[in-house]
Design a protein around this ligand. Sequence first.
Ligand code: HEM
Length: 362
Amino acid sequence: IAKLMFPDGQFGWMITRYEDAVEILRDQRFVKDMSKMFGSEYQSIFTSNMLFSDPPDHRRLRGLVQQGFTPKLVEAMREHIQQIADGLLDAVEGQDTMELIDDYAFPLPIIVISEILGVPVSDRDKFRVWSNSIVGAANAEEGPDVYLHMQQFTEYLAQWFEQLRKQPGDDLISRLIVAEDAGERLSEQEIYGVVSLLIIAGHETTVNLIGNGVLSLLQHPDQLKKLQDNPELIKGAIEEMLRYNGPVEFSTSRWAGEDLEFKGHAMKRGDLVIVALDSAGRDGDQFTDPDLFDITRERSRHLAFGHGIHMCLGAPLARLEGEIAINTLLRRFPNIKLREDANELEWRPGMIVRGVKEIPLS
Ligand code: HEM
């Protein structure tokens, strides 16, 4: 538990050990809604969703959406996700090289989430720029103007919602809009908040589960071979990839909601608390040989999806996408390796998401 001091004199806390992380993520004295803590000027379209809310709003905001992401519904998408994976690999079949992120790891989850939400897959390049920018993981050349991107994103959604109001489909956004029009549960601002969170979460995370996961395999040829020989090990392998090289490095912010004591540390109301999720996954008190990548590890109980009430709602979907994507890649291209002329791998900027910009394969 490390105390941080910011240039403006505010204090914060970084939690790096597994047990402390679990306790903080469960402890309702730490709050997520900034507007309750610091005033309504901190409320925006992008925070009007479950991730930045506390009970009871949290349950209301999560409820409607969660119905669309149950493990059973997600499992029903298996065949379709398989077709998407095969289609993307068909497109690079016969080439000497491929770029794992752009050709495969990025488009696969985007196509899936766009279809679930009902946004046009053809607009995926725009979503990529906006969501990279909003989570602070944009490349410099994509432009640093996060406010402009937020505005463009909101305008796009406004037009899209207008269209769905006139002609609702069988997609998640249409269902949220119909529920709003019927005076149920979600306000218009909250629909923007929830939809933008799902688009951003769908763009910034699973891509890095696939990218970081394949990279871990390529860097550990014995584990790669084990998985190729035993594809049924994939479920455990995915958990180990999430523990060893997780796509979300830090939790989003929490604040001490009152003056309190946590494990002997006096925290003041308003202190910022951040949980280092990937670090918790390498805690030697929890995991034997924590820096060893072992896809048959007995217990990979990591915090890559968070913990407690904000635990990732998309986890069943992300796990299924990861399983299909990685096993299909290894089955169809059993001899893949990092391209010899690949320059040193470059990690994307930003604090929350963790992934490599490009993974060139031959
Ligand atoms: C929350 C990780 C994929 C939707 C979270 C949190 C983490 C996380 C760590 C909690 C953050 C915190 O407590 O501060 C991941 C990882 C993914 C992934 C590692 C991929 C491997 C997805 C996908 C979706 C999604 C594909 C959308 C379909 C959400 C939502 C929340 C969330 C809506 C907020 C839940 C709440 O506050 O109740 N995710 N995520 N995630 N994730 Fe994911």
